[in-house]
Write a protein that binds this ligand. Structure first.
Ligand code: PLP
Length: 293
């Protein structure tokens, strides 16, 4: 195991460690924006496989078709930001099968592992043939709501962790030293803590998704994470970017245009992502303001 400056450094260090210029990394888009930057820093090329509404389920045929002799790894993120999709065991098994068949590594970003409402989280490293080819990444940022502490970690085979450590050595050497003790304590909390994290967020998910639908959004209900992707076309907008630029002034609410999470920005043009990791009264106030059009 290696402790990193958040999952973000873990992703960057893993990609720089494991990829050579000219290699390809396949990632399901929309994706967390550091993926594009980290693949670029590794001198590699990203190959997106698009998740599409309304359910955003991974197209595993498209994943297979995206694999070339240059593919080095699959960058996986389940539960998935920004769509809230949680990959099923069958989907993960197919990803694993393709990785084994084509001798690929999997970098598995599992920062939302404890925020699952429907289905269950299955670490892909536990599937047959995957322990030696998976870099599993998580972080204290989401589970403990300590985003600013930047404590993340990497687990994997000794060879993989050594490779990632070799890069981290020259990125930050060590990070968040004093906080690591606190997070180590937190990780020993009983299961009830983790259940309450998911339970509290499930209530907020239900409340916020219902409210957004009542306010006129098309809502793609997330199975995990604390994000909800919506479509703003029913509100008379076709450009999520324009919608999000207006929203702070119009309603005092901030959302992110999902097009920023796509290579193929057109695919996410009318989508907008909200975060519901807020107090209930803040969510209620946001919904009231969004409803006042
Ligand atoms: C999918 C995903 N991975 C990684 C991170 C970053 O985690 P950290 O704050 O630990 O760097 C985020 C944060 O938004 C995320 O959404």
């Amino acid at each position: 195991m290696l402790v990193t400056a958040g999952a973000t450094e873990a992703i960057a260090a893993a990609l720089i460690a494991l990829m050579e210029p000219g290699d390809e990394a396949i990632a399901f888009e929309p994706y967390y924006d550091s993926y594009a930057a980290s693949v670029a820093m590794a001198g590699a090329t990203r190959v997106p496989v698009t998740l599409r509404p309304p359910d955003f389920r991974p197209d595993l045929g498209a994943l297979q078709a995206a694999i070339t002799p240059r593919t080095r790894l699959i960058l996986l993120n389940s539960p998935h930001n920004p769509t809230g999709v949680v990959f099923t065991p069958a989907e993960l098994a197919r990803v694993a099968e393709l990785a084994v068949e084509h001798d690929l590594l999997v970098v598995s970003d599992e920062v939302y592992e404890h925020m699952v409402f429907d289905g269950t989280h299955l670490p892909i490293a536990t599937l047959p043939g995957m322990a030696g080819r998976t870099v599993t990444i998580s972080s204290a940022a989401k589970t403990f709501s300590f985003t600013g502490w930047k404590v993340g970690w990497v687990t994997g085979s000794p060879e993989i962790v050594t490779a990632v450590r070799t890069v981290k050595q020259f990125l930050t050497y060590v990070s968040s030293g004093p906080f690591q003790y606190a997070i180590a304590e937190a990780l020993a909390l009983p299961d009830g803590y983790y259940a309450s994290v998911a339970g509290d967020l499930r209530v907020k998910r239900d409340f916020f998704c219902t409210g957004l639908a009542d306010a006129g959004f098309e809502v793609y209900r997330p199975a995990g994470t604390y994000f909800v992707t919506t479509d703003v076309r029913p509100l008379g907008y076709d450009d999520g970017m324009a919608f999000c630029r207006e929203l702070p002034q119009r309603a005092g609410v901030v959302a992110i245009p999902s097009s920023v999470f796509y290579d193929n920005a057109e695919a996410g043009r009318s989508q907008v992502r909200f975060a519901f990791c807020k107090r209930q009264e803040v969510l209620a106030e946001a919904l009231a303001r969004l409803g006042r059009r």
